[in-house]
Design a protein around this ligand. Structure first.
Ligand SMILES: *[C@@H]1O[C@H](CO)[C@@H](O)[C@H](O)[C@H]1NC(C)=O
Ligand SMILES: *[C@@H]1O[C@H](CO)[C@@H](O)[C@H](O)[C@H]1NC(C)=O
Ligand SMILES: *[C@@H]1O[C@H](CO)[C@@H](O)[C@H](O)[C@H]1NC(C)=O
Ligand SMILES: *[C@@H]1O[C@H](CO)[C@@H](O)[C@H](O)[C@H]1NC(C)=O
Ligand SMILES: *[C@@H]1O[C@H](CO)[C@@H](O)[C@H](O)[C@H]1NC(C)=O
Ligand SMILES: *[C@@H]1O[C@H](CO)[C@@H](O)[C@H](O)[C@H]1NC(C)=O
Ligand SMILES: *[C@@H]1O[C@H](CO)[C@@H](O)[C@H](O)[C@H]1NC(C)=O
Ligand SMILES: *[C@@H]1O[C@H](CO)[C@@H](O)[C@H](O)[C@H]1NC(C)=O
Ligand SMILES: CC(=O)N[C@H]1CO[C@H](CO)[C@@H](O)[C@@H]1O
Length: 511
């Protein structure tokens, strides 16, 4: 269900829900929410970039950040939208006499401003880290009680993004009000600096931020920390639902975090995204198919897409995952929504006693539908989907009126169908592809979002964003009424469905 549909269904609540943006009806009677649905006007689509934590933890320095930024420019990742370099924990040593944070001069011998300026000169943005507590999670100085001083320092050196953690919070959590008040102090401090700074809350979904954080932040983590496992259960991440989770923990698998999204789908919106945590693609703990599920589902849910591996040693196969423009186009769709879980069945248990198949769908801005068929089971699977599954939310919307789209034919495009080959990715990594700039309209496998936004590319039906045409799906109970796909073990089919413009196909004789 797209956010637009949500608004249509709950338009009576709009005035309360979207306090900062006057929604209005356009000439056609459609509810329009101005772009300013973001509390500070920033991050209308999810942020993309690199964060050092998953691969390097505290082992970070100027050389790592700058060489990573350069590689991201060279590999075309910046121009795919990965334009933030985000420094995580362990960068400071303490506070100076007047109470301002001081960076570690062994890790950052030229000072933090030098790092920020250099990253800016490469056409990228810089993110920094702190905690809404007395210490950060790595026991470095936290920002609780120092919010304005810290915000002023970051604004002064040119920071563009803040990841704000939840460690050592002095017990100021346990109710939505306690968490809201604590995180709002930094929100106000950032605003007061006058510098546009994206505010990324990292409170692990504590105290249900889905209900209160859109008013003070641009994203909020919705789970305990990810680890590089596809579906291994771990008691340190005890919750299987986002709702009422008292102990978010850490060591949460990809499937654990993914299934937690099901309940909070409606709480993703332009300017406030549910952050499913940084990507693990490339870190070695999952198969190629599992990383494809991980990346696809983070993109489909409009989670921030933060590369969490060593870009300098990225394999061609992993570059080909991070650099799939047709999948990123879902993430950057102006609808800014999350996907709805239409069905999920447990069958054919795998090594961890799990084994599920699932259908997730999402309405996109231009009436396209995005669909993911997941085979997380341990058996060969032929998976099926029908239009009534995909469009369920439209025809159960209040009046139970059968939507016209249910009787039309849709083209099905496989968004991994044109995945970059390993030899093409290898030649990019080896720099032999740099002399082939990405055309304004993209190529089959490469796209330049700096030159043409994803929204414009989709309106043009740019080949790089459409994937590969693999069939059609039509009305139920017709020969084309079921779309069937063979999905390998621990892999998925990810599709964009586009309404056929050729009206003649609506004639059921031809189906
Ligand atoms: C910087 O960090 C990287 C990654 O952890 C490490 O390999 C490198 O030795 C460090 N360089 C310096 C100068 O400390
Ligand atoms: C403390 O740090 C701030 C911010 O970098 C700086 O403006 C100020 O001059 C420093 N004060 C002292 C006493 O070093
Ligand atoms: C501060 O908040 C106001 C009101 O929400 C907003 O209009 C403005 O753009 C914000 N400024 C910054 C720098 O975030
Ligand atoms: C969303 O889709 C509509 C209809 O196709 C189009 O007119 C509009 O420009 C799109 N919005 C954006 C931001 O792309
Ligand atoms: C999908 O349909 C095929 C053909 O009817 C059937 O063999 C298969 O079992 C179905 N798959 C599932 C998961 O029900
Ligand atoms: C890239 O360079 C590596 C190391 O020299 C080599 O093994 C590999 O074949 C090259 N790949 C391509 C596609 O040129
Ligand atoms: C993408 O387009 C921008 C702006 O036109 C250009 O500066 C940049 O070099 C292009 N990037 C690639 C990878 O071709
Ligand atoms: C991109 O492709 C579209 C559709 O094929 C075409 O209309 C447009 O002129 C192209 N843009 C450029 C800059 O080549
Ligand atoms: C575990 C497993 O066998 N999964 C299967 C899922 O479906 C595909 C396509 O049918 C099989 O090739 C996989 O083996």
């Amino acid at each position: 269900m797209g956010f637009k549909t949500t608004l249509f269904l709950f338009s009576a609540c709009l005035a309360l829900f979207m306090q900062h943006s006057a929604a209005y009806l356009d000439q056609n009677g459609k509810v329009v929410v101005p772009a300013a649905s973001s509390y500070n006007g920033l991050s209308l689509t999810p942020r993309m970039g690199f964060n050092n934590w998953n691969a390097f933890h505290c082992d970070v320095n100027e050389t790592l950040l700058l060489s990573t930024a350069k590689a991201m420019v060279d590999y075309g990742l910046r121009d795919l939208g990965y334009d933030h370099i985000i420094l995580d924990d362990c960068w400071s040593v303490g506070r100076n006499e007047t109470g301002y944070l001081v960076s570690n001069d062994k890790k950052f011998p030229n000072g933090m401003k030098y790092v920020v300026d250099t990253i800016h000169s490469m056409g990228m943005k810089f993110g920094i880290y702190s905690s809404a507590g007395t210490f950060t999670c790595g026991k470095y100085p936290g920002s609780l009680g120092y919010e304005q001083k810290d915000a002023d320092y970051w604004a002064e050196i040119g920071v563009d993004y803040l990841k704000y953690d939840n460690c050592f919070n002095q017990g100021q959590s346990g109710t939505p009000k306690l968490s809201f008040d604590r995180y709002k102090v930094m929100s106000d401090a950032l605003n007061k600096t006058g510098r546009p700074i994206v505010y990324a809350m990292c409170n692990w979904g504590n105290d249900d931020p889905y209900d209160w954080a859109y008013d003070i932040a641009n994203s909020g983590r919705m789970s305990g920390d990810i680890y590089d496992s596809f579906n291994r259960p771990d008691e340190r991440c005890p919750c299987t639902s986002a709702i009422g989770c008292r102990w978010p923990g850490f060591h949460c698998s990809v499937m654990n975090i993914l299934n937690k999204m099901a309940a909070i789908t409606s709480r993703t919106m332009s300017g406030y995204f549910n952050d499913m945590d940084m990507l693990e693609v490339g870190n070695g703990g999952q198969s190629d198919g599992e990383y494809v599920i991980h990346f696809s589902m983070w993109a489909l849910h409009s989670s921030p897409l933060l590369i969490g591996t060593n870009v300098l040693t990225l394999s061609p196969a992993n570059l080909a995952i991070y650099a799939n423009p047709a999948v990123i186009a879902l993430n950057q769709d102006p609808s800014a929504g999350a996907a709805v879980l239409k069905w999920r069945y447990e069958l054919h248990p795998d090594a961890f006693g799990q084994g599920e198949i699932a259908l997730w769908t999402r309405g996109l801005n231009n009436s396209d539908q995005a669909v993911a068929l997941i085979n997380a089971s341990d058996e060969d699977m032929t998976l099926n989907m029908t239009l009534s599954d995909i469009l369920l939310d439209s025809w159960t919307a209040g009046a139970y009126k059968r939507p016209a789209e249910l009787d039309m034919v849709w083209d099905v495009y496989d968004l991994w169908g044109n995945r970059m080959s390993e030899s093409q990715a290898g030649s990019i990594i080896n720099s032999t592809a740099l002399s082939m700039p990405v055309g304004v309209n993209g190529t089959l496998t490469r796209y330049n979002a700096t030159a043409t936004s994803y929204a414009a590319g989709i309106m043009n039906r740019d080949v790089a964003l459409m994937g590969k045409h693999v069939g059609t799906i039509g009305p139920d109970r017709t020969p084309k009424g079921t779309f069937t796909a063979d999905i390998p073990r621990h892999s998925l089919g990810l599709y964009r469905l586009v309404l056929r413009e050729d009206e003649s196909l609506r004639n059921t004789d031809e189906l």
